[in-house]
Design a protein around this ligand. Sequence first.
Ligand code: PLP
Length: 468
Amino acid sequence: MRYVSTRGLAPILEFDEVLLAGLASDGGLYLPESWPHFDADDIRAMQGMSYAEMAVRVMMPFLGGCIDKDAFVSMVEDSYRNFTHSAVAPLKQLDSDIWLMELFHGPTLAFKDYPMQLLGRLFDHVLTCRGERVTIVGATSGDTGSAAIEACRDRDAIDIFILYPHGRVSEVQRRQMTTVPSANAHCIAVEGTFDDCQDLVKAMFADTQFRESARLSAVNSINWARIAAQIVYYFHAAVSIGAPDRPVSFAVPTGNFGNVFAAYAAKACGLPVDQLIIGTNSNDILTRFFETGTLAKGDVHQSISPSMDIQVSSNFERFMFDLYGRDGAALSTAMAQFRKDGTLSVGDNLHRSARETISAGRLNDTETMVEMKRQLTSTGELIDPHTAIGIAAGRAQMRQGGAPVVAQAAAHPAKFPDAVETATGVRPALPPHLADLLDHPEHFDVLPNDLDVIQAHVRQHISSRGAA
Ligand SMILES: *Cc1c(COP(=O)(O)O)cnc(C)c1O
């Protein structure tokens, strides 16, 4: 399988190279040149498979022969073996037509663990085979950082630097990153927003000299391998509910557009999906885009669903690439205009096509709290704010007579105890393996929103570990 950049100017690469590269050298994101196809018989053959078996089946075509199959099978088994639910991503029925796929059974309690546990092992495998090492830099609005650190900790071939907005992630989220005592894990609290962190990471990649000398790599959702690993849980849910004979819809709480893009990819690979629904918080640039056809950057507002406090969703470029008929040159021009003016209108035809593919809803903080309370009262489920946004958007956007909607429990409620307690009166407890999180010492550096300072910090810490 060959991978192309959304901007059309970077070299075409194989899976292992895409894994290590993260962002493409022309500033674009990698995508398969064409989607693998699973027909109805292929999907029927997945019925009864375990999560790990399905992960192997769904992901093999994306690896394109780059990774030895037996090695991949053990990586997948290792990745999901210690998840706290034997079904890995169990489904619960909330009402007659809404299901909840629980994605918080990994080590850091959010769906990010599902791709990231596998990504850490894939990196280690590929780097060890090549005798190379990398420096991973990533920006996090909260959950990616801890999942990435947990997946990369203590791996000799990797140094990992995570940038997060100082004071804008929940205490549990911060501590899940900063209490990891590994010498190869570095947390940087940036005096700025998540978008500032994301811009700093992009600027580090755009600095060719720095990128090459530090051997930068990314595990953000710009990394294709991460999206590929997320496609698995959409197949898993759909097959459990009756695919290929019965279609399903998915409702996805959305920030950087990585998670829902994996659902879009699952559909492109032949999974019978009726609607794709996104829910945003008051940082609703995407919802406004689907409503109006104009992508218009606003200011980032802090909300009770901080993992979605994002205005510029990096993975949206993958969706736009298909929307622009996979014309990298046209997309580059459009993205340059968006960067310059902060706004981009796609015109009536592309807007109609976008709306036919994705329905979008939004919830402000009050509406999110109402939904949390409502779920506790009507179903007994204690849910986190992101989860509430997905469920409520799914219910609001579901079409009459449409397929059942699979929403997702994107994070464990104990990651956001203050918001959950305010909304429901119940303070969620951390699961036993994290119960002593508040007692461990934290390690992080607070740095200004300044590229030079951050690059010097990264250089200094990789050289102090004796890396090349
Ligand atoms: C990361 C995250 C999101 C947003 O997902 P994207 O892939 O960035 O759209 C939503 N909810 C939770 C709990 C998350 O951790």
